[in-house]
Design a protein around this ligand. Structure first.
Ligand code: SF4
Length: 196
């Protein structure tokens, strides 16, 4: 099992609760039990899809399923928000890039509880490396997956800081500390590669 001790300490020092799991299945078991009966919104996430988490939450919670073309505002009243991140620095900074920005805004304001589910492949040694990862690994792979007409989607190799109308990178957020009005923010660390 990866030693998450330094990352845990830094995240806890920033006001986040931290839970660690060896497998995605164990993490999903934990979240399904913890969130049973609650109203949940979520961000688009390969991590959550690979875990099969949304299908399970749909059975036990009121899940506002985010589908392509759906109005993100429909889930604004849900008190719980769950998503992944694009880069997580071992020094504690949490980085996300978004296009519609419903995902990044929900990690910062308007929810009572926020859960950030992170596979070990998203972890980088420091802020600069996590930022580089978010921009040059996560975003191009997401653009490719979404079939966007952007230079990065052709090869999925790096960010070209494009001016494409289909650019998916419209905002970058860094969570330094737990946002003030979020009552409970928890990082779920999983010792597996998940998402991109
Ligand atoms: S800014 Fe453009 S080129 Fe860079 S990752 Fe985003 S969509 Fe791709």
């Amino acid at each position: 099992m990866t030693n998450f001790d330094i990352l845990r300490k830094n995240l806890e020092n920033n006001g986040f609760a931290v839970s660690t799991f060896a497998t995605a299945e164990q993490a999903a078991d934990y979240l399904v039990e913890k969130l049973a009966g609650k109203g949940i919104a979520h961000g688009g996430s390969m991590t959550l899809d690979q875990m099969g988490l949304l299908d399970r939450l749909e059975q036990t919670s009121t899940l506002y399923r985010h589908r392509p073309g759906a109005d993100p505002a429909a889930s604004m009243g849900a008190p719980v928000f769950i998503c992944s991140v694009n880069g997580l620095a071992e020094t504690g900074e949490i980085i996300n890039i978004d296009g519609a920005c419903n995902r990044v805004s929900s990690t910062m304001f308007g929810r009572e509880e926020v859960y950030l589910v992170v596979g070990k492949n998203k972890i980088a040694p420091d802020y600069d490396a996590a930022l580089w990862r978010a921009r040059n690994i996560a975003a191009p792979l997401n653009a490719k997956r979404l079939n966007r007409k952007t230079p990065c989607a052709v090869k999925g190799d790096k960010c070209y800081n494009c001016n494409s109308p289909e650019r998916i990178c419209r905002a970058l957020t860094v969570l330094w500390k737990k946002p003030m009005t979020i009552k409970h923010a928890e990082v779920i660390l999983i010792d597996q590669d998940l998402g991109c």
